[in-house]
Write a protein that binds this ligand. Structure first.
Ligand SMILES: Cc1cc2nc3c(=O)[nH]c(=O)nc-3n(C[C@H](O)[C@H](O)[C@H](O)COP(=O)(O)O)c2cc1C
Ligand code: SF4
Ligand code: SF4
Length: 255
């Protein structure tokens, strides 16, 4: 088949999963629409046809897809629609995250035709800084082109070629670090409106510790740098973590 359209469905608090999934879709050679599911209520679920292709993109959190991302995907359905499953990971590993997306596909009418696990800057510390680079994105797009060529000869379920364990490891619920709000906050509301978990109170300052994912989106977005990580344990954690994950990892593509 030659797809008439590609839709990229992403959950991407700090934007790297979006960048990488879109780079893959660019290689498919058809018009691309982006549906960003990061913020609650951003896009209503929809049904896709057999002449379309869908690219899923989420980060890997503790070896799994964030549970919040899985809940955002609920209700999207395919009709034998080919789907490329993609995750980003912060230079450690993606463990069972791609397997989880493959299973979502099979349970929702999509056919997982290919997978990619792409390295991205880690949310915590200074790991894989600047990735995906332009070079990474070019590799992602070249992979998208290969998937398009494979689709011309038919839609084949590649779940068997995509790594991951079942049952999955525990993970996906988020991290333990919680941002603070500094006095430079001007209460513009940007962080509250963009928090994936709805964890920031109406005062734009209070964080609901139970809801917060440690995704650092608020820290990345605040124009006043007023959302910041001030947890005393964080800096010490980062020193060790940076060391542990210093060795460069490569993107992995499965077709
Ligand atoms: C709570 C949490 C858990 C994470 N777990 C992993 C992991 O298991 N393996 C890994 O390599 N990176 C891990 N990361 C790093 C993210 O996968 C990586 O930074 C990703 O690119 C973020 O995607 P985004 O920019 O789309 O939000 C984790 C990040 C967070 C916030
Ligand atoms: S984005 Fe920054 S300045 Fe705006 S409300 Fe949030 S913390 Fe305050
Ligand atoms: S409050 Fe927590 S969940 Fe919300 S954007 Fe900030 S780090 Fe992410």
């Amino acid at each position: 088949m030659i797809p008439k359209k590609a839709t990229v469905l992403v959950f991407s608090p700090t934007g790297t999963s979006k960048k990488s999934a879109v780079a893959v879709a660019r290689g498919l050679g058809c018009p691309v629409e982006l549906l960003d599911l990061t913020v609650p209520g951003a896009a209503a679920p929809r049904a896709f046809g057999p002449d379309e292709v869908v690219v899923l993109g989420t980060p890997c959190y503790s070896g799994r897809v964030p549970q919040l991302a899985m809940s955002r995907l609920a209700g999207f359905t395919g009709d034998h629609t080919p789907c490329i499953v993609t995750v980003t990971f912060g230079n450690r590993h993606f463990d069972d995250a791609l397997a989880e997306l493959c299973d979502f596909c099979q349970n929702s009418g999509f056919v997982p035709v290919a997978g990619a696990a792409m390295v991205a800057q880690h949310t915590f510390g200074q790991i894989a800084v600047g990735r995906p680079t332009a070079e990474d994105e070019a590799d992602d797009t070249a992979f998208g082109q290969k998937v398009a060529q494979a689709l011309e000869t038919g839609i084949v379920d590649r779940t068997g070629a995509i790594p991951g364990n079942r049952p999955y490891k525990d993970g996906g619920s988020g991290g333990k670090f919680r941002p603070s709000t500094l006095d430079t906050c001007v209460s513009c509301g940007l962080c509250r409106k963009n928090c994936p978990a709805g964890a920031i109170g109406d005062d734009n300052r209070t964080i609901d510790n139970e809801k917060c994912l440690s995704c650092f989106r608020c820290i990345a977005l605040c124009p006043k740098k007023a959302k910041a990580m001030r947890d005393p344990g964080y800096d010490a954690f980062c020193v060790k973590f940076n060391e542990m994950l210093a060795q460069r990892q490569e993107n992995r593509y499965f077709l």
